[in-house]
Ligand binder design. Structure first.
Ligand code: 5GP
Ligand code: MN
Length: 345
């Protein structure tokens, strides 16, 4: 990872260190393990240091993150918009975590856009939009949770780290690297994990809570999708899975049930570009994953109003599932050259 900019860390320290400071932490909409882990890990450390902190979110997150200390104190805009508005009005500092575009704030966008106090972004996605006073943007970092750890260390706040905060940050690194499978070529990531493990965190428990927590319906949904709702295009090294509303109903779909599904087609020999389309109300949510050089963030931003990392991106379109699949199938020949010449490592 690149060195942290010391001037930026100084302004971060100065802002969070002010007495009677009220800090609000905001992860991206539909928070994933890195967003929730970073937000709750950072809030725990700041609380331990005596700062008043609130975590807000545009909407909820999967229940398999409910073991993280402090999760019950997150105020959801989808459930309690007035409270969220009040927390923002009363706050002195907004810390945006694990996103770098206003489009990732969901229904909170107008409130974030009009926020008039100091704001900081801590994030690891490429191409940040300039909407905060200060940006701590490190796309070369495995996860926002790892970046939060480096920021805490550089600002001396790591003295307030404890087992609960370390567990939350570990969860963020673990989920954003697919259990230390990808984005882990920088030795610093493992060094960070090693330092977090010194807090006596229970990594077996954390892994079990997040990954070995399927309901029977969810496991059968995975089997059904792999069997009935996957198309493979060996000539393009690509595969797509899709999840219609009908299928979701059939398996009593709960938020988070399709988390990780998009990775499965990458286990097919020769496939290095995987897509999952999930039908929502009036739109389709897309998830893209790749191995090697095929840049799915480009594919997402060029065709599906999205973005993300080179090997993990997402987007959405206002179209039916059938139209979206049709669009996808027509795009494969357009990207043929890039898909075919790209070798997965
Ligand atoms: P997922 O497929 O797990 O939802 O998201 C994978 C990656 O793509 C994450 O890094 C996430 O931030 C990014 N991403 C997901 N959906 C969107 C989207 O709608 N817009 C943008 N810009 N990025 C997204
Ligand atoms: Mn992340």
């Amino acid at each position: 990872m690149k060195e942290l900019d010391i001037e930026i860390i100084k302004s971060f320290s100065a802002w969070v260190g002010k007495t009677n400071q009220k800090v609000v932490i905001l992860p991206h909409v539909n928070p994933d393990g890195d967003a929730v882990g970073s937000a709750l890990g950072l809030s725990r450390v700041l609380k331990n240091s005596g700062v008043q902190v609130e975590v807000i979110s545009a909407n909820g997150y999967p229940s398999f993150y409910n073991w993280i200390e402090g999760h019950e104190q997150v105020t959801l805009f989808s459930k309690n918009p007035k409270k969220v508005q009040q927390l923002l009005v009363e706050s002195d500092l907004l810390i945006c975590l694990d996103f770098n575009h206003l489009s990732r704030t969901g229904d909170l966008r107008p409130l974030v856009e009009s926020y008039s106090k100091n704001s900081i972004l801590i994030d690891h996605h490429p191409y940040p939009e300039d909407f905060t006073d200060v940006q701590i943007s490190h796309p070369e970092c495995s996860s926002t949770a790892e970046l939060v750890y480096h920021v805490l260390k550089a600002s001396g706040l790591d003295q307030h780290l404890d087992r609960e905060a370390a567990s939350a940050l570990f969860c963020g690194i673990m989920t954003d690297t697919g259990s230390f499978d990808y984005n882990v070529s920088d030795p610093q990531t493992f060094q960070t994990v090693g330092e977090l493990l010194k807090f006596d965190i229970d990594q077996d428990y954390i892994h079990g809570e997040v990954f070995d927590n399927y309901s029977v319906d969810r496991m059968r949904l995975l089997g059904y999708c792999l069997n009935e709702c996957m198309e493979v295009f060996p000539e393009y090294h690509a595969a797509v899975m899709y999840l219609s509303k009908e299928t979701q109903k059939k398996f009593n779909f709960a938020p988070g049930d399709s988390e990780g599904f998009v990775n499965y087609p990458l286990s097919i020999k020769g496939i290095h570009f995987s897509t999952l389309f999930s039908e929502k109300d009036g739109m389709v949510k897309a998830s893209f994953r790749s191995k090697g050089e095929f840049a799915v963030n480009g594919f997402a931003s060029e065709n599906f109003n999205g973005g993300g990392h080179r090997n993990a991106a997402g987007g959405e379109v206002s179209a039916s599932l059938a139209e979206t699949l049709d669009k996808y199938r027509k795009l494969l020949p357009v990207y043929q050259e890039k898909l075919v010449k790209t070798k997965s490592k």
